[in-house]
Design a binder for this molecule. Structure first.
Ligand code: FES
Length: 347
């Protein structure tokens, strides 16, 4: 439903490692510092897309990763300066950092429009993100376009066997050391492993120069990421403080959601699609129960009651979350919504 011109985004993957000495501080200091760092990062949520992932338990040389996307480099720089200006920032190192940009693919996949790389990133909020920098050999670029297209089509055909794995490719040529940043979202690490093994047998694989280091990142709310670092726990404390007596939490302002608009918002780890249908607000789970489409990118039919999924024609009753047509069989969660002053709250 988002309208207007789409601008290309800068994409950054910032990996941080916490100095273990930080955990020797008192519990009070740990709580204060986690709250300060979280507030600092969350202060940038209106300026850029931010997703947080833990790499605790998946890699030894990094603890967490922030996936950022915005339209200008200065926002990325300001965010990093702000992070390292906090008290906890003094204990953080950046073992890896990757910069890239969105760009439409030069290859065509008419049977798989979802393979068309996105100009504006729309993460699917899968449980895991499998990420690596990627460089092709120079002979690849000397091949005729038709030959490369054929090899890329084979790649996509193999990927189609794993419909629950979704690829996000960003381009780094001239901006950073790698050529691409390749991210796969999925809920099953085994499925991703099987896909990668199959891709090794493809013709295009012979033209890979580098595709390491590989990161298995676990998506979590920022509070949960901070708690995964160990030390004093803040996530429950923070969630309780944000909720009112009826369990509602503010997720947007009226100005952010004009009539006819939709927006993806978060309540803890839940991604929620928020709609303004002629002044009535609805909040439903953002993920379609059929595939993995983001319903905040769907459209509301003229009847004001039917929400159309952007992918396969699935329909839901926007008032209840019940299926209303197309391939969807299960309903989606509906959230309570209320407006207080200029704030929209869900619960
Ligand atoms: S993902 Fe929504 S209908 Fe298929």
């Amino acid at each position: 439903m988002a309208g207007g011109e789409e601008k290309r985004q800068l994409v950054r993957y910032l990996f941080c490692k916490l100095d273990p000495i930080w955990r020797r501080q008192s519990m009070d200091k740990q709580i204060e510092q986690k709250i300060e760092l979280s507030d600092t990062i969350r202060g940038f949520q209106a300026k850029c897309l931010l997703r947080s992932y833990s790499t605790m338990g998946t890699r030894g040389d990094t603890d967490f990763m922030l996936w950022q996307a915005t339209e200008d480099l200065e926002t990325l720089q300001a965010l990093e300066t702000a992070i390292f200006s906090t008290r906890m920032g003094a204990y953080l190192r950046t073992p890896y950092s990757y910069l890239a940009m969105t760009k439409r693919s030069i290859y065509e996949f008419p049977e798989d429009p979802e393979q068309d790389d996105q100009i504006v990133l729309t993460p699917q909020d899968s449980k895991y993100l499998f990420l690596y920098p990627f460089v092709k050999t120079r002979p690849w670029y000397k091949l005729p376009q038709a030959e490369r297209q054929e090899m890329m089509s084979e790649h996509v055909r193999i990927g189609r066997k794993y419909p629950d794995i979704r690829i996000n490719t960003a381009y780094s040529f001239g901006l950073d050391d790698q050529e691409f940043m390749v991210g796969f979202e999925g809920d099953d690490p085994g499925e991703f492993l099987d896909l990668v093994m199959q891709l090794r047998e493809s013709d295009a694989s012979a033209y890979t120069l580098q595709d390491t280091p590989i990161f298995t990142c676990i998506q979590m709310s920022l509070w949960d990421v901070l708690d995964s670092l160990g030390g004093a726990s803040v996530s429950e404390l923070a969630r309780a403080a944000e909720r009112d007596a009826e369990g509602f939490v503010a997720v947007a302002t009226l100005g952010e959601l004009a009539p006819g608009a939709s927006k993806r918002v978060y309540n803890g780890a839940d991604a929620i699609a928020l709609f303004n249908v002629d002044g009535t607000y609805y909040a439903l789970s953002d993920r379609c129960s059929h595939g993995r489409a983001s319903l905040s990118e769907g459209s509301v039919a003229g009847d004001g009651c039917t929400l159309n999924c952007p992918w396969h024609g699935g329909m839901f009753d926007i008032r209840t979350g019940e299926p209303a047509g197309g391939p969807v069989r299960e309903g989606i969660k509906k959230y309570r919504v209320k407006v207080e002053g200029d704030r929209i709250l869900v619960g």
